[in-house]
Design a protein around this ligand. Structure first.
Ligand SMILES: *Cc1c(COP(=O)(O)O)cnc(C)c1O
Length: 383
């Protein structure tokens, strides 16, 4: 173990945690020091919304804190039921099922639907939980070129028997770009495969009322039969869900082990999410505000000679290349009071370490300007 840890340090891959005080918002207290954060996934600024906090408090008054057991024993509350119905309506799907986390939802879906002898197709840059889900399922896993429907098509042609599942992030978590969903849906239909989309970063942010990437592309349940979303990012709370047909949801209730064998999340949390969901739907100004910040950021950073990625979402990475350079940049920002994390392998491919900057509707114009000033003067660091 020692040897491994030391090697990680030498490779600039060692990870450490920071301790935050106070609520999640742009101005953070980090290890006791005030910092301006550009690395949270709280895209709509709902994690610290007074009405969401009140709903959590009132929910605790009504239900207590713990749910006491799994959903199939006595942990499934009226609040959970109501949130599932609201999420089904929100995503335009017949039903939705809550999971404790997005990681568990992904493990649960893939391992419930596939087994030995089945075929799984994943984008090369899919989230780690989707890759782990494939391993757990024991299906044969193929990874196609990033966001490349023709690469997927070649792989689909080359496979034999078994069920087929295509899985992709909707918005790629470290790159911010969108999956080519209409093309993937067409291929799924032509090749008798299911399509599953993990919309952790699109939900709340994309689509007119925040319905996510399927709403952005106008794709129905028929085209994207399995939709996964998380609640801990734009919705500002915690947890995840899968939306789809009656048969899909019943199958997951029976067979998704990360659903069956775990304690239900606190009912008060479901009450809080019901409120944040309503705010996310109704307050379109939050999405408009984000678009304004994104446009301003891209226009300015392009002028600094830094390498932006093709992203129109609040995830705006700046490519550094080596882990050492990403780390040096992140430390420089930190010294100036700005918190942005350096994303390094294995989270991203070797040679593509980056600063992962995320914008939130709760950032002020002044805060964005402060970030831009510091980015304009990033130090020269060799590759
Ligand atoms: C964050 C994330 C998850 C995991 O969701 P949690 O609720 O945090 O466990 C899954 N997929 C993607 C693409 C994510 O970004």
């Amino acid at each position: 173990m020692h040897k491994n840890l030391n090697q990680r340090r030498r490779d600039d891959l060692y990870r450490t945690r920071r301790t935050i005080d106070g609520p999640q918002q742009p101005e953070l207290l980090v290890d006791g020091r005030p910092m301006l954060s550009f690395c949270s996934n709280d895209y709509l600024g709902l994690a610290n919304h007074p009405e969401v906090i009140r709903a959590l408090q009132q929910g605790a008054g009504r239900y207590g804190v713990g749910s006491g057991s799994a959903h199939l024993i006595s942990g499934h509350s009226h609040a959970h039921e109501e949130l599932e119905e609201a999420l089904a309506v929100f995503t335009g799907r017949p039903r939705a099922l809550l999971f404790s986390t997005g990681y568990m939802a992904n493990l649960g879906v893939v391992s419930a639907l596939l087994g030995r002898g089945d075929q799984l197709f994943e984008d090369r840059l899919n989230h780690a939980s989707l890759v782990d889900a494939g391993v757990l399922s024991r299906a044969r896993m193929k990874r196609y070129q990033h966001a490349d429907a023709s690469s997927l098509e070649r792989q689909l042609k080359a496979v034999g028997e078994g069920r087929r599942l295509i899985v992709t992030d909707g918005v790629f978590s470290m790159d911010g770009d969108l999956a080519p969903l209409p093309g993937l849906a067409r291929l799924a239909a032509q090749n008798n495969a299911w399509l599953m989309v993990d919309d952790a970063h699109g939900l709340g942010v994309l689509g007119e009322t925040g319905g996510g990437c399927t709403s952005h592309f106008g794709l129905s349940e028929k085209e994207v039969p399995i939709l996964m979303g998380t609640l801990g990012k734009a919705l500002g709370t915690f947890g995840a869900f899968v939306a789809g047909s009656e048969v899909l949801i019943e199958t997951l209730i029976q067979q998704a082990r990360p659903y069956v064998y775990t304690t239900a999340t606190p009912p008060a949390l479901a009450e809080a999410t019901l409120v944040s969901l309503q705010i996310a739907r109704e307050e379109s100004w939050r999405r408009e505000r984000l678009q304004k910040l994104i446009a301003r950021f891209r226009e300015q950073v392009a002028g600094f000679g830094l390498s932006l990625m093709a992203s129109e979402t609040p995830i705006q990475p700046i490519v550094a290349g080596s882990a050492g350079r990403a780390l040096a940049w992140s430390r420089h920002l930190e010294a100036q009071g700005i918190l942005v994390s350096a994303i390094r392998p294995p989270t991203v491919p070797e040679g593509s370490a980056r600063l992962r900057i995320t914008l939130s509707a709760s950032h002020s114009d002044d805060q964005l300007e402060r970030l831009l000033e510091v980015l304009a003067e990033l130090p020269e660091v060799g590759e």
